[in-house]
Every structure is written in C-alpha cells, then in structure tokens.
Design a protein around this ligand. Structure first.
Ligand SMILES: [Zn+2]
Length: 203
C-alpha cells in the first residue's frame, strides 16, 4: 500500500470522513510546503503528550504538574451544581458564556435512539460515581444540558432514569435546560444570551 492510501485510511477514521474526502486531505497535504506538514505532524505528536483527561469531569485539558484534576474541578467552583454536557466543545460554550459558575461533567456523547447497550455510549457509571462523591461536597442540583434533538432527548430520558434513585436518596434535584432552547438546538452553537436564558429557565 502506498503512503497515499495508508494515510487516507487513517483520515477515514475521522468522524464523518469518507473515502473521497480522505483522499482530498492527502492530496491537500502533498500540495503544501514541508513546513506545514512538519508542524502538523509535530502538533499531532504533542497532543497525547500534553493534553490529559481530567479524572473528575472527563474533559481534556493541558497537563500542568502531576495533578489528575483540571483547574475547573480544583478551583472553588460552586459545588452545589453539577452541569452535565455531551462533549468538550459544549463545555467550552457554557464556560465562554460566563453564565454558569458551578461544576461540570462531560458525558462523552449521546445515545442513538434504539441503541441496545446505552451504557456503552456514555459515561453513565462514571457520572453516578461522581455524584456520590459530590454529594458529600454539598451537591444539590444536577443540570442536564443536552442538545434538543431526538438523540439528545433519548439520552436525557435515559440519564434521568439512571440518576433518579441516587438523586432521590441523596436529596438532589435533576433539572434540564431543554425549555429555554428551541428544538434542534446544539449547545455547542448556542450564544451566551441563549445559554443564560436557558439556564435561568431550567426546570
Ligand atoms: Zn475536571
């Protein structure tokens, strides 16, 4: 197999990338100057070395020292609320909006409707463990901030069902952002005002 084919096969593992697009990426690289290709290779090599996953919220963050928790989990964020989002880019949107001062948990995706093994698609067990730990820290509310679309709705229902027993036992309220967001809204693309409104009107 030539380098063209083997690199194209790697690109095909990217989300949403098919054979034709993968080949276009390879030919794009061939047309660039060596400096571009070198820095791309260098950045990819550095990624796994310099970025680590937080053991508290599961988001990716630049490694600093030997700690296993990111700055948001360590700093004095309001420990009474825990916001559950799908992915890192959603976390970034909420963070950028400046409308929320509590803690976070990255669920790691959504559950496709009709999925037979929902627990394999999201970090539900890790979330349950996190809630148990945070309860001792004064957690009183879990905010589910998932996208308003069929997969987001399905995931929300599944998570609520899974959290209900422990939430009731520990006296924790589960709220959702859905009401403030219109149908089809992806958290990632929501602006600061929309997020603030959705947070204020959560229920
Ligand atoms: Zn964290």
């Amino acid at each position: 197999m030539s380098s063209i084919d083997s690199l194209a096969q790697l690109f095909m593992k990217f989300p949403g990338i098919g054979t034709r697009q993968a080949k276009r990426f390879v030919y794009f690289l061939l047309a660039q100057d060596p400096h571009f290709v070198d820095s791309l290779a260098r950045e990819i090599a550095a990624l796994k070395r310099e970025i680590v996953q937080c053991e508290g919220c599961y988001r990716f963050y630049p490694r600093a020292g030997e700690g296993r928790l990111c700055s948001v989990c360590i700093d004095d964020a309001d420990s009474a609320t825990l916001m559950v989002v799908e992915k890192d880019t959603d976390f970034e949107s909420v963070r950028r909006s400046g409308s929320y001062a509590g803690r976070y948990f990255i669920l790691g995706g959504t559950i496709p409707v009709l999925e037979r093994d929902p627990a394999s698609k999201i970090r539900i067990n890790e979330l349950l463990a996190r809630i148990e730990g945070d309860a001792a820290d004064g957690l009183t509310e879990i905010i589910l901030a998932l996208s308003v679309n069929p997969e987001g709705d399905f995931t929300r229902d599944y998570v609520i069902k899974a959290l209900k027993p422990i939430a009731e036992q520990l006296g924790i309220t589960i709220t959702t952002l859905g009401r403030g967001l219109s149908t089809g809204t992806e958290l990632e693309y929501s602006d600061g005002d929309t997020l603030r409104h959705a947070l204020k009107n959560r229920g």
